[in-house]
Design a protein around this ligand. Sequence first.
Ligand code: ADP
Ligand code: MG
Length: 605
Amino acid sequence: MIIAGVDIGNASTETALGSLEGNGVRFLASGIVDTTGIKGTLQNIHGVFASIKQAADKTGIPVEDIGFVSLNEATPVIGDVAMETITETIITESTLIGHNPHTPGGEGIGSGITIPIREIPGTGVGRDYITIIDGSVDYEEAAAVINDAVKRGVGIKGAIVQRDDAVLIVNRLARPIPVVDEVKFIEKVPAGMPAVVEVARAGGVVEMLSNPYGIATVFGLDPEETKFIVPIARALIGNRSAVVIKTPAGDVTERIIPAGKLQIIGETKTIGVDIEAGSEAIMKAVLEAAPVADVKGEAGTNVGGMLERVRQTLSNLTDRLPGDIKIQDLLAVDTFNPQKVSGGVAEEFSMENAVGLAAMVKSDRLQMDMIARELTEQMKINVGVGGIEADMAIQGALTTPGVTSPLAVIDMGAGSTDASIIKKNGGVKSIHLAGAGNMVTLLIQTELGLDSWEIAEDIKRYPLARVESLFHIRHEDGTVEFFKEALPPSTFARTILIKDRAFVPIPISASIEKIRTVRKEAKEKVFVTNSLRALTMVTETGNIREIDFVVLVGGSALDFEVPQLVTDALSRYGIVAGRGNVRGIEGPRNAVATGLVLNYRREHA
Ligand code: ADP
Ligand code: MG
């Protein structure tokens, strides 16, 4: 008889097709398709059917020959993610900060008093100036005025330009100066104020103006004033060029937005925590309140709105009233959210502090039975709910060569991280936690300011490189690879993703180092945190050192760095951990589906 084990996940629906032979199972093929609809709803049926069909087609066996389809008894966990910014940078008056035009000109640091270019011909010698060049002055004229002035002995130390003309101007100067261009609202730049322009060499970042003490040095600030310019320095980190102007009334402040309070309602106690307190405090509260029965946000605050949205989404998806949606776990991570600076003059962005939240609810088991009944009718095959997801994951993971019980499995999917442990006596304990692959993608998307989820997903999955010439690329680890044939010109001087063998340029100006750091930290914040949380919860004593072996399964265990990050973190507790290889051939995929087939064999021996 042929059995299909089918695992309906948040992201993928996986099938294992096995033939019962003697006392064992001979596995025939696997299938994987995207889950249709939300896990645990009737829409899943299309995906289940496609996944089974895919596996059956590989073997040439007609679907009708399948004797039984075994579904996971999922306590379907549905995750949702949200993000809230908790700081805001505001510029009053006209202090210009942190501007990253595509092509600034010159190099180095210049400081002086701001002066419109039209006033330069009448100025005397003896002072240093930063000239303001509005859009009515073209680059030829601007360069000529600066060259004349410098010849007369006037110190022109830098320029702020409205048009995209920096390189054109600098190329015409007898003595190059740092020039920042594309300053859209140049009329807001005040004249007669002390200013500093800094432009780093190509590929570099500003160093003086991104350092509070650097700014203090060039403007001669006292310690009290230095405290106030910290947000400016922070906003400039990572920029190639910058201008800071000291206006008497001008001020840059960082405002904390009252993001509101979270109420973590535990089965025995309720703990309140401010979102501004950051992820560490929130996670501490979640741990203290565990087991969590629900989470609420203060009404009328940002976090209140955010949790309501989560509840609303989940309610739409599950056909339950928002009030019946109980959030059973929460993962909070600290992150940054690039936001347009209010009052900026060149559409500057500043990296504001934000908190990302992943929430999870458990939905009804009954729904799985409903899916099974519906499938039986449509497919004319017996379909049943075969076993608890966590049990099945363990059975599947145990087919990894070199693995034996007792052991813990961490299933890293899209919406949730699930862990289970099989004890010496065969008992299994499992837990579902909020936050997995989708949360990593969201963090990458927000921190890099990407419009597209798909690009963020690709950045998560594929390593980076820079096309340095048409015949060589530099990989993110610094190694250089040469090619005999010229690379496509469209990739030249671009940051690319190495997607299998294809080179895909990405539309981001951030440096490779920056992208890589964001990517890695996002994975760490979600998967290292959740692995430690999960293992702590499945052990009886909360001491994860009692675990010897951990097998990582699920789509996110395919990641090219997640398993290493988790292995590394767990090795500090003396735990051997690694990516699973289900049935010796499936890698970390198909664990639950495989477990379902094996379990059917055991129950019908
Ligand atoms: P579920 O059990 O929730 O259906 P899966 O086990 O299919 O989830 O895992 C889906 C997650 O795995 C998604 O977040 C997806 O981005 C991630 N994923 C899939 N393939 C890769 C890969 N090659 N590298 C990194 N992440 C991956
Ligand atoms: Mg899964």
